[in-house]
Design a protein around this ligand. Structure first.
Ligand code: AHR
Length: 329
């Protein structure tokens, strides 16, 4: 009777948190597999489906789990931290072998991470970091250096306007408030351009990493500021939305307003090849293979590095044209 009651309670928690099983596993069974066998079960809590980058990242994780023989319990948090916390708690209740997640925001994870640690379930941070002081709460963090990405964006701008003295009016479309890539890309960019007072960020607002919000916020920027020289968007999707707004306002993206974005997904690279975006800093979503490899090592009790950095590049128009035919996402 008690067992039935517990199973019903767990099934309810799974529905609320949006947890779905992959690889033929029944997420609602609650049986888990953290009991020592060779087979690994991973609980993964994803941010949502806000961008082309995120879709490619989900695909990479699901495909890599399948080819690594890892049973994946996948949960979409729909952009909400509370959903991620619920999903992590349900993974703990199911006694998965490893929990991995891409935190929606940087703060507020200590309690749930401590619960995972107390349950002896290792956690791998994927794509985004948390600001917990206690780094023993997770095994490793795999992903990009977002500050460096912001710096690369700033460095391109400095070079582009070298030798010119007129003020450069910049508008910025930030990612989700409180998210590591939004905080860090803003900080890295600001750090580079602050050396030259001609660069002025005249407006900076969130576009939530989505095309729709990018378009909406850019429309408002264009109405308020008639003399925008540069748009810095924290991802391709917001940049692509902004391009629609710029064209609707009768201006030429890439010429009247120079555009720098981050990610380098296919749609962004296409716009870059057409001259509508001027420069893209790459952020790779293909984290799946490394994540599965780390999960296997953690389960086997092997030592792993506490930081696994993703290698990335940058693209101008000619480089985008050359890379596009073989671009996977
Ligand atoms: O955390 C990575 C960022 O999140 C990507 O740059 C953005 O497109 C996504 O939504």
């Amino acid at each position: 009777m008690r067992r039935k009651w517990f199973a019903a309670l767990l099934a309810g928690a799974l529905v609320t948190a949006g947890v779905t099983g992959c690889g033929g596993d029944d997420a609602g069974s609650g049986s888990g597999s953290g009991s020592g066998g060779d087979k690994i079960t991973m609980g993964f809590s994803q941010v949502g489906a806000e961008s082309g980058w995120r879709t490619a990242n989900t695909k990479s994780i699901q495909e890599s789990a399948a080819s690594a023989g890892i049973t994946l319990k996948f949960s979409d948090a729909q952009g909400k931290q509370e959903n991620q916390i619920k999903a992590i708690r349900s993974f703990i209740a199911q006694r998965v072998d490893v929990i991995a997640f891409s935190p929606v925001v940087e703060s507020g994870w200590d309690t749930v991470l401590k619960e995972a640690k107390d349950a002896n379930i290792p956690v791998i941070l994927t794509d985004r970091a948390v600001d917990s002081q206690d780094t023993s709460l997770y095994k490793t963090f795999i992903g990009s250096d977002f500050v460096l990405e912001g710096k690369k964006a700033g460095e391109w701008l400095v070079k582009e306007y070298q030798g010119k003295n007129d003020p450069v009016n910049i508008v910025e479309l930030q990612g989700t408030p409180g998210a590591a890539p939004a905080n860090d890309r803003k900080a890295g960019f600001a750090d580079v351009i602050k050396a030259d007072p001609k660069f002025k960020v005249i407006a900076s607002q969130t576009g939530q990493f989505t095309r729709t919000d990018g378009k909406e916020v850019m429309e408002a920027f264009l109405k308020t500021y008639p003399d925008i020289d540069v748009l810095y968007a924290h991802n391709d999707d917001m940049g692509l939305g902004a391009i629609e707004a710029i064209e609707a306002a009768g201006k030429k993206p890439g010429k009247d307003i120079k555009i720098i974005t981050v990610d380098a997904v296919k749609d962004g690279m296409t716009a870059l090849s057409q001259g509508k975006i001027n420069y893209i800093v790459e952020c790779s979503p293909l984290l799946g293979p490394q994540l599965m490899d780390l999960a296997k090592k953690v389960k086997a009790g092997e030592q792993i590095p506490n930081r696994v950095l993703t290698e990335e590049t940058t693209f101008d128009q000619e480089q985008a044209k050359a890379a596009l035919p073989s671009r996977k996402y």
